[in-house]
Design a protein around this ligand. Structure first.
Ligand SMILES: Nc1ncnc2c1ncn2[C@@H]1O[C@H](COP(=O)(O)OP(=O)(O)OP(=O)(O)O)[C@@H](O)[C@H]1O
Ligand SMILES: [Mg+2]
Length: 409
């Protein structure tokens, strides 16, 4: 399975210099950033981040969203969606040359770096961007690398036989968006598609209670307004899959025997739920927040063509604590499938952490400078040994083995 092995972030709000997983220095001699990123063991298919309020969990998730927004539109738009460049760049960087947002992603064999600065009019633009195959021995010689600065750069074949110049008309746009749409660069296209399709879940039960216009849709959107459309898609295209999901997952945990859509006269789609002891349908506005949330999660996990990377922010909110283990088990099943996704989750819930391994859990802390730092639970020998002896990780967290709680802090 191809997945993100590590990510480094610099100067993104409270994340002034944070790395998780394995991120190696770029082998690209033209990489003019030469960021001193750290290396470590790669991320697992499931990564969970914990930490106190304001320590940067949502910021980490938003950094994924920010990169996706830069890719789909441009750096200026991605910043405008979040205020402006000055709001985003970590506070306290007085020198202009230090005021740069930097990201490095190691995805399978591809190392991608992106550095964004603001120009004299305070417009954010791509200061530098590189993509390199880190282990050329495993690539075919047609693998393409690129590097660019201020919209100008080169595309280089891995065997260095072919080099071409590139010049972008708009320095706010990523080279990755442009080259990642050209069939002659299949590796770059796949990486661009990976970033383009990562899914950040900001599910809102009220959004799923709305009655959307009729029309089946393949994928759940980030807030869940199209849950009924996705279920209509399953009814039309994946009836067996729908029955299996209902009987094997949804019925045992939620006591719902049937979910169906019903078109209205004015062209909208109602979502109806049937419970085992009752033949009268309940409509989405009558269903509880937690029920709608779990149903949406299950349709997301059951997507026949799932997003490659799924990020959940505090999925436990509104869910019965004993269902969290079931939720993590469903995620594990999903990770082990052939086209399974990689998961990134933030949580405040020890019950959820109980179902995890120490290598899967990262703890955000705050240094004396007020910026976040991060450590992996498995780095602590005592934690590793206690888990090996059967102590659940969430219980260790509760007992302050993962992050000591200082009330004065
Ligand atoms: N430009 C910036 N530079 C430095 N810190 C910033 C910047 N912008 C926001 N912050 C800080 O980042 C923190 C917000 O972090 P975030 O929302 O990611 O926390 P969290 O871990 O998700 O917290 P919670 O558990 O409450 O959801 C706040 O303390 C905020 O003051
Ligand atoms: Mg948060």
């Amino acid at each position: 399975m191809k997945y993100i092995r590590g990510i480094s972030i610099k100067n993104y709000r409270v994340l002034r210099d944070v790395s998780i997983g394995s991120v190696t220095p770029s082998p690209n001699p033209h990489d003019n950033m030469q960021l001193p990123f750290h290396s470590g063991d790669p991320l697992m298919p499931l990564t969970v981040v914990i930490g106190r309020n304001g320590y940067g969990k949502s910021t980490l998730c938003d950094a994924f969203g920010f990169i996706g927004d830069c890719l789909r539109s441009n750096t200026e738009h991605a910043c405008t969606l979040r205020g402006c460049f000055d709001d985003i760049v970590s506070t306290g960087q007085s020198k202009q040359e230090d005021r740069k947002l930097e990201f490095q992603i190691l995805y399978d064999n591809i190392l991608y770096t992106l550095c964004i600065a603001s120009d004299k009019y305070n417009i954010p633009y791509v200061y530098a961007e590189t993509l390199s195959h880190i282990n050329p021995a495993f690539n075919n010689s047609n693998s393409m690398n690129f590097f660019a600065s201020n919209g100008e750069g080169k595309v280089v074949r891995s065997d260095s036989e072919s080099v071409s110049d590139i010049k972008l008309a708009d320095p706010r746009r990523l080279v990755l968006s442009t080259l990642g749409n050209l069939n002659q660069f299949p590796d770059i296209v796949k990486f661009r598609q990976f970033l383009d399709n990562w899914y950040l879940c900001y599910f809102k039960p009220d959004a799923a209670r709305s009655t959307p216009l009729i029309g089946s849709q393949r994928h759940l959107n980030s807030t869940g307004t199209n849950l009924a459309n996705v279920i209509q898609f399953w009814e039309n295209e994946h009836k067996d899959r729908l029955d299996l999901l209902l009987n094997s997952v949804i019925k045992p945990i939620l006591e719902i025997t049937r979910i169906e859509t019903k078109p209205t006269e004015d062209g909208r789609l109602l979502l109806r739920f049937f419970k085992s002891d009752n033949n009268r349908p309940f409509y989405a506005p009558q269903m509880s927040d937690g029920t709608l949330k779990l149903v949406a999660y299950m349709f997301l996990l059951g997507d026949p063509d799932p997003p490659p990377f799924i990020c959940f922010e505090e999925p436990e909110n509104g869910l019965y604590h004993k269902l969290l283990g079931t939720f993590i088990n469903e995620i594990r099943k999903h990770c082990s499938q052939n086209n399974g996704s990689q998961f990134f989750i933030t949580t405040h819930q020890p019950y959820l952490v109980d179902a995890l391994k120490p290598e899967e859990v990262w703890i955000l802390e705050k240094g004396n400078d007020g910026f976040a730092s991060v450590k992996r639970a498995s780095e602590d020998t005592i934690v590793r040994n206690m888990v090996a002896e059967g102590m659940p990780l969430g219980a260790l967290w509760f007992s302050e083995y993962l992050d000591a709680f200082d009330e004065n802090n």
